[in-house]
Design a protein around this ligand. Structure first.
Ligand SMILES: [Cu+2]
Length: 114
């Protein structure tokens, strides 16, 4: 019972960070959108398209092992535990090659536009 408030607090912090990130005026991103990408059966699912700076991607790990969404250019490195979700804020434009540091065959790329 003692740990419950801590978890709630952490969740609140995460939501607050995402919310403030969405408010920050970044280029022409008028409306930030949240996109969803799944990781299942040791592979990235189809990645969203039409993403813009200011948007976020929620990565959903449906496997029973941890995965990462690690950028080849080292601009981000998201860890997503088994059965968990992780949110990535898209702060710059370009095409990003990503991989999982634990599972070499897991590779994908996605594009963020201005
Ligand atoms: Cu993995």
């Amino acid at each position: 019972m003692v740990r419950l408030p801590v978890e709630c607090f952490r969740t609140g912090m995460t939501l607050a960070i995402v919310a403030s990130a969405a408010i920050v005026p970044v280029g022409a991103a008028a409306r930030a959108a949240d996109h969803v990408a799944t990781m299942a059966n040791m592979a990235y699912g189809p990645l969203p398209t039409g993403m813009k700076i200011g948007d976020t991607i929620t990565w959903v790990n449906k496997d029973s092992v941890p995965h990462t969404v690690t950028a080849r250019d080292h601009s981000f490195d998201l860890r997503v535990g088994p059965g968990q979700k992780g949110r990535l804020s898209l702060t710059k434009a370009g095409t990003f090659q990503v991989y999982c540091i634990y599972h070499a065959p897991m590779r994908a790329s996605f594009t963020v536009s201005r």
